[in-house]
Design a protein around this ligand. Structure first.
Ligand code: NOJ
Ligand code: CA
Length: 713
């Protein structure tokens, strides 16, 4: 008996000595750090007294090292602190962001090696962030990560919206399933891509959104991914424990680090209200403050482009079909004949500039303007583009001057074809060339397998490349929109010239066979958590065969849904992706795209359920105008919108762009209605949403004379 009591006391005292608790500022989240008997660090997380993350191990396995950073630790110090600040983003969903958390920093000492490891926890009202810190010390200099061993132990077989874990692409449709169904669904979920490397039948990507049986929403992601490999999650589907799985380099190593340094933050958002996940700014808050002193050149941008015609196969990026292979500086394009399908001709570009100027767009993107597209992918070619030499039918100077005369900015396109060393070799020259020719923004792209061969899109080497390209662009005052780069992790707080990323399945897939109609109801909970997406909405003609006869793809969305995306998928960079001639057919609906703001004072999520619907109201920055977007999924529904976000006592005119009663994403996508009504902050709208549909509203303060004849809602 005595023995048992002593043992119990010992266990308790070991536990109590090491256990450290941390509460969120509102007290709803509670994190406990403790060491297991063998010195393995662990944490657990509760929300309103309910378990969210069960006891989960922390640590890193090192390569060729005397000992990994996994066990044998004692706690040598703990520090608690509180932080509360409000900062002003250069652009965003709000003009002010509160960063409020309680922090616990645990310093661990590994007995055998006498190495120090700090684990820093920050607990916000909407979630937990933690990271590993490797302080400067004599016993830890350079080290190689074999694998990070961070666990996220789920409490059950939750429903997840997931895409396959992959070292090279995120361009997948989401699968909705129980965690236990990931394995049987994996093969079917891996659709083809020009570069892809899956690694495990239960591997998934972040940002991952889950829903528990008792209605909790949990999001797993990372913040501030700098000089480190991108993290995936590998699920043990017997006990529902996720473990970090870093992207390897060509040698299979997962990171070369040196003390002092830190890992990115591992983030767990939790709420019983899905809207809180969308409104969370935790990912940005875990990034460092803006490092660009003068940000006056960073401008939210609405643009059109010579783009959709290539994506749909109507025209080509390449100038000629004469050559099977070309060599820059050797191939004489002036002797080649045009294939008659080249999109980036001077005439076509000027037509787009005219349209942009007429409708008040800021910019025009042109792809396929430069030499090299004839054999640009699939050949592992190193010197694929030089980023400065236009095709013979693209009059760069003439176009530059024409755009300038019309007050339109040209947007540069740098497809690297994933020949990354080549891009770095040419980057200074390419950025300089841009500035000399009036280009302030670049869309870059990383299609195909990476060169140097064997590297992956999300390995540490590439993460460092994307960062290098971004910081170098900032030196030149250039805004960046990188496609096929790693999914963002809030880095735009530090470098707000990162105005867009693709890094998910964008509109282009509507022309590559179509996306699921509910895709856009998942993206805000997943991909957009880390930063804005260049989704390229605004498709009005859903039947692609009408203008590109060999392409049988159908755009799985109604026209009203396309309008709503400008509000639901937040981005300071928004494209109107369809052709001028299609917009000319629907000028009344196009008006919404022209009017919608790109930068906001405030965002109010009014309805949200992953996979089903998202409705958000946003107030234009520095203006009294509001815009609302609502998107639905596969099922028709009725959305209820209370206008209580409007200023009390004021009357507004709301123009509602909605699905017609008989609209459907498949067989009647262009059926929409537009109506004007008067609203106040007491009004409530009950609005029909078609399958694959949505609605968009622009709300303006009504002048007395405008009110006449307009009915109340
Ligand atoms: C893939 C990008 O996502 C797309 O927008 C672009 O047009 C092509 N690459 C060509 O660069
Ligand atoms: Ca892409």
């Amino acid at each position: 008996m005595k023995k048992i009591t002593i043992l119990a006391f010992l266990c308790l005292s070991v536990f109590t000595i090491n256990a450290q608790q941390l509460k969120s500022p509102d007290g709803k989240l509670e994190m406990t750090f403790s060491l297991k008997e063998n010195g393995v660090p662990t944490y657990l997380l509760n929300y309103k007294g309910k378990s969210v993350i069960k006891t989960s191990s922390l640590g890193l396995e090192l390569k060729n090292d005397k000992k990994s950073l996994l066990n044998d630790f004692t706690v040598s110090d703990t520090k608690n602190s509180t932080f509360d600040e409000t900062w002003t983003p250069v652009w965003g969903e709000e003009s002010q962001i509160r960063n409020h958390y309680n922090e616990l920093a645990v310093t661990l000492n590994q007995k055998e090696t006498n190495r120090l490891l700090v684990i820093r926890f920050r607990l916000f009202d909407d979630g937990l962030g933690f990271r590993y810190e490797f302080p400067q010390q004599n016993n830890l200099g350079h080290f190689v990560i074999k694998e990070e061993r961070t666990q996220f132990a789920m409490t059950g077989d939750h429903t997840a919206f997931w895409i396959p874990g992959d070292y090279d692409t995120q361009e997948y449709d989401y699968s909705e399933s129980k965690l236990s169904e990931i394995r049987p669904l994996m093969a079917k979920s891996i659709t083809s891509n020009l570069s892809q490397t899956s690694f495990s039948p239960t591997g998934v990507q972040t940002s991952l959104i889950m829903k528990t049986a008792d209605g909790l929403y949990i999001n797993l992601h990372e913040a501030a991914l700098i000089d480190y490999a991108c993290m995936h999650l590998n699920l043990n589907d017997k006990n529902f424990v996720f473990e970090s799985w870093l992207t390897p380099d060509v040698q299979g190593d997962k990171g070369y680090l040196q003390a002092p340094s830190t890992s990115p933050w591992r983030t767990i958002m939790v709420s019983d209200d899905a809207r809180t996940i969308l409104a969370s700014r935790m990912t940005y808050n875990l990034n460092e403050a803006c490092k660009i002193e003068d940000t006056s050149w960073i401008k939210p941008t609405k643009y059109i482009g010579v783009w959709w015609e290539m994506i749909t196969g109507k025209s080509s990026w390449a100038y000629t079909d004469d050559f099977k292979a070309i060599q820059l500086g050797v191939t004489d394009y002036t002797k080649a004949k045009s294939n008659g399908k080249h999109g980036a001709t001077t005439e076509n570009v000027k037509r787009h500039i005219d349209f942009a100027a007429e409708h008040g767009f800021d910019g025009v993107l042109v792809e396929g303007w430069n030499e090299g597209w004839e054999d640009w992918f699939g050949n592992s070619k190193d010197y694929v583009f030089d980023f400065v030499t236009p095709y013979p039918d693209f009059d760069l100077v003439g176009i530059r001057d024409y755009a300038k005369s019309k007050g339109v900015k040209m947007i540069m396109h740098h497809e690297t074809s994933s020949s990354v060393r080549n891009y770095e070799r040419h980057m200074d020259k390419a950025y300089k060339f841009m500035k000399e020719n009036g280009y302030d923004a670049v869309k870059s792209g990383y299609v195909g397998d990476i060169l140097p061969r064997g590297e992956n899109h999300y390995s540490q080497w590439l993460i460092n490349h994307y960062q290098y390209a971004l910081e170098k662009a900032a030196e030149y005052k250039i805004m960046v929109n990188a496609h096929e780069a790693v999914r963002p992790t809030g880095i735009a707080r530090t470098y707000p010239n990162l105005i867009g990323n693709e890094s998910a399945r964008g509109t282009e897939y509507q022309a590559f066979g179509g996306s699921k109609p509910n895709h856009v109801t998942v993206l805000p909970f997943t991909r957009l958590i880390g930063g804005p997406m260049d989704y390229t909405p605004g498709i009005f003609e859903m039947d692609i065969q009408k203008f590109s006869p060999d392409n049988k793809s159908h755009v799985n969305s109604t026209l009203a849904n396309q309008l709503a995306l400008y509000v639901t998928l937040y981005s300071p960079l928004q494209m109107a992706a369809d052709f001028p001639e299609h917009y000319n057919k629907f000028l009344d609906a196009f008006q919404f795209i022209k009017d919608v703001a790109l930068d906001w004072d405030k965002s109010v999520y009014t309805e949200a359920e992953p996979g089903k619907y998202v409705t958000v109201a946003r107030k234009a920055k520095g203006k009294p105008d509001w815009f609302v977007g609502s998107v639905g999924g596969e099922q028709t529904r009725t959305s209820t919108l209370k206008f209580d976000f409007l200023e009390r006592g004021k009357t507004y005119i709301a123009t509602i762009y909605a699905d017609a009663k008989d609209a459907h994403y498949k067989n009647n996508p262009q059926a929409y209605t537009i109506r004007k009504v008067l609203v106040t902050n007491k009004s409530t709208l009950s609005q029909f949403v078609a399958a694959g549909g949505g609605y968009a509203i622009s709300i303006k303060e009504a002048a007395r004379e405008e009110i006449k004849g307009v009915k109340k809602l």
